[in-house]
Design a protein around this ligand. Structure first.
Ligand SMILES: C[S@@+](CC[C@H](N)C(=O)[O-])C[C@H]1O[C@@H](n2cnc3c(N)ncnc32)[C@H](O)[C@@H]1O
Length: 290
């Protein structure tokens, strides 16, 4: 078997899992290549088998698939609720009737928005009373997931002239574009991988940047990339950042100790940013302004 063929086969195999089917092939392929680079011995063995079947049933191959799937589940799959695959059907329903009920069905398809659903009014009322919204027009939502669909809650407190989302998952980007079209919102969804430093300059301009529950995931993908992200946003004069962190692990059992996020406090100190925080169940918000 050739190397190229093996990369394609592994990529396909990783994507076989329902919760990972929506993830971009290129993103998986890139990670597979990196994984192969880091595990050369195992892959020499896999490539050494004459018969494909033998290679696929080898313990090295199984381990690789398992570890790669675990990685992608951690950065993406775990956020998706079971009925996400039916999302197109519910988007169609929303286009016929954009009621709060139909919004809720969609917001429940992503773990973060589902969990936040009872608190959106509270969150947005707090966020937009702390931020001075005068002259603020554009929202940028980084690693947005389905959060742009919470627009119906946000608009009671702040109605942006433009809403731009940045998301790794191409499927989510498609949903957001459709959503903006249905609701007549001026905005775009950019399919960008924020774990890569060279991509940060592609972040659209904005007055208020949402970074909800994204940083832990970015750090898993590229250690210390959060520093580069904040450096980019602050040196490029994004005036207001709203950052959130989960206060519990996804399983809900363990509390994540906010004190352990010392690196985040360091960023606040380094740039002498003004920081205000508040908490809702399961999530802590920081509003950072210059
Ligand atoms: C925990 S979810 C939070 C979603 C949304 N911000 C919210 O709080 O409702 C993390 C999101 O970040 C996205 N994400 C993960 N890695 C990313 C990357 N490298 N670049 C852009 N988005 C990413 C995931 O696809 C997922 O939608």
């Amino acid at each position: 078997m050739e190397n190229k063929q093996l990369v394609s086969l592994i990529t396909e195999k990783v994507r076989e899992k329902k919760e990972l089917r929506n993830l971009d092939e290129d993103i998986i392929r890139e990670r597979v290549l990196k994984y192969m680079d880091e595990n050369t011995k195992a892959f020499e063995k896999i490539l050494g088998y004459e018969k494909k079947e033998k290679a696929f049933s080898s313990k090295e191959f199984k381990k690789a698939i398992k570890e790669l799937r675990r990685y992608f589940r951690e950065i993406y799959g775990v956020f998706i609720e079971k009925n996400y695959l039916k999302i197109d059907k519910f988007m169609k329903k929303l286009s016929e009737d954009n009621s709060a009920e139909n919004h809720e069905i969609l917001l429940k398809m992503h773990k973060s928005t589902r969990e936040r659903l009872p608190y959106y009014n509270d969150i947005y009322s707090k966020v937009f009373s702390i931020i001075n919204i005068k002259n603020k027009k554009r929202i940028v939502d980084l690693g947005s997931g389905l959060n742009p669909l919470s627009y119906i809650y946000m608009k009671k407190y702040f109605e942006p002239e433009e809403y731009n989302a940045v998301e790794l998952n191409a499927g989510d980007c498609g949903i957001i574009r459709k959503y903006f079209e249905i609701m007549g919102i001026k905005g775009k969804a950019f399919n960008i991988d924020l774990s890569k430093e060279e991509n940060l300059k592609k972040i659209p301009k904005g007055d208020i940047v949402f970074i909800f529950k994204l940083l832990d995931s970015l750090e898993t993908q590229n250690y210390n990339i959060s520093y580069n992200l904040f450096d980019f946003l602050i040196t490029n004069n994004y005036p207001c950042l709203v950052v959130s962190f989960p206060t519990k692990t996804l399983g809900g059992k363990n509390r994540i100790d906010i004190c352990k996020r010392k690196w985040f406090e360091k960023i606040i100190d380094t740039y002498s940013i003004k920081s205000t925080s508040f908490q809702v169940p399961n999530e802590k918000f920081y509003i950072l302004t210059k």
